[in-house]
Design a protein around this ligand. Sequence first.
Ligand code: COA
Length: 449
Amino acid sequence: MVRMKGCSIVKAAEPTRKGTLSLSEWDQVGIITHVPTIYFYRPPENWIRSPNKISTTLKESLSRALVAFYPLAGRLRWIGGRRLELNCNNAGVRFVESESVMKLDDFGDFSPSSKYDGLIPTVDYGLPIHELPLFMAQVTKFACGGISLSFVISHAVADGQSSLHFISEWAGLARGEPLKTAPFLDRKVLRAGDPPASQPFCSYHHSEFDKPPLLVGKSDNAEERKKKTTVTILRLTNEQVKTLQYTANECQNSSSRPYTRYETLTAHVWRCACKARKLVKEQPTALGICVDARSRIEPRLPTGYFGNATFDVIATSTAGELVSKPFSFAVRRIREAIEMVTNEYIWSTIEYLKNQKDLTKFQNLHALGSEEGPFYGNPNMGVVSWLRLPMYGLDFGWGKEIYVGPGTHDFDGDSLLISNPSGDGSLVLALCLQVEHMEPFKKHFYDDI
Ligand code: COA
């Protein structure tokens, strides 16, 4: 249904700095593969009628964006201890042009499905890492005149905030505007490339790096990793969100800060997953929380810091406690995990990783079919907040998107919490679970509000 018309390599329009860029510890742990996002547009007639106007505009502006964001045009390479560094060599990014007989109306509410097949660039992880572009984009023209624009971006080079910084500067250049905020590229501010401190500074127990719990009675998670998964988009109205928040805050001391939407919804997701998976009451379960260090670290990171400033912490409990105790118990576990993240904790995390001889066990290589690395599938979960990511209103000159969402993600337990662009307070959960758990999850997700 999708036919590729062209594939090119786009390089920085002007000479850029060449050589090695050290990565921080956070760049090299967690997901180090590519993260997909897809935008859909209905461009006006004048853009659609001129055959190559859209792709020419995109390629030219991309090439200019890569002058400032030149690390993205480079390549990763392995160094000792399963660590990575970036070779800034302007090898370029990939740009794919394609067309499809589908129409935008065929996508319904744009929930990820097999209709996305062929619309998002595929990364050939069979190739050595130093041959893989760090950024790939694909524009697809539909029979109705609509288009999709998708990107995959290496998580070893940029987190969500930095990826959207790049994308929005690219769109600004495409509209003929100058760069708004130059990226800050030197990751030394997070001690990239530095050896461990001579006086170790690991004053905390970093439970986020412990092996996540296994199903009771199992000695490994090999079976769970192989189970077929499915993705879905679940929507909650503002009223449903408010009802959950009210229940969470009912027993909260009036002098304490009320629980946020993220804390509340994440607790709800965690509980529903325990029920849908029919976990026994003594089953330990961990919930991964991605925390942005930008507002928590001292000294503050320079404006436009480009890289990963996020890392995961975990909340833990047993399925029995989560399900049988009042809802506020689960919410409090999440609050406690987030509140643990102080400036000292953040630097201790970095030091902890610096002291590891080998980073393999901290790297999530699921997309490569690898069974190494942490497993946040059954009986565990992960909820990543996209609530504050500036992902809406991406205009390359032909108007804002009509829909944006994550590309397909296929890791059991992986979920994203996204706010509705209309700002009406409704929320979207993009969720991946094992096939057999999805229907029961949906039922609990709505019935338990
Ligand atoms: N715009 C609007 N509201 C804001 C805001 C902003 N920039 N910053 C804070 N707020 C308000 C919100 O009202 C929110 O409460 P509400 O959602 O109930 O309305 C409240 O302040 C608290 O927000 P926050 O401090 O972000 O806490 P949280 O509980 O919503 O989220 C974390 C906790 C750990 C997920 C969050 O602090 C964080 O680090 N997010 C980044 C995740 C990330 O990087 N995702 C991308 C991964 S690649």
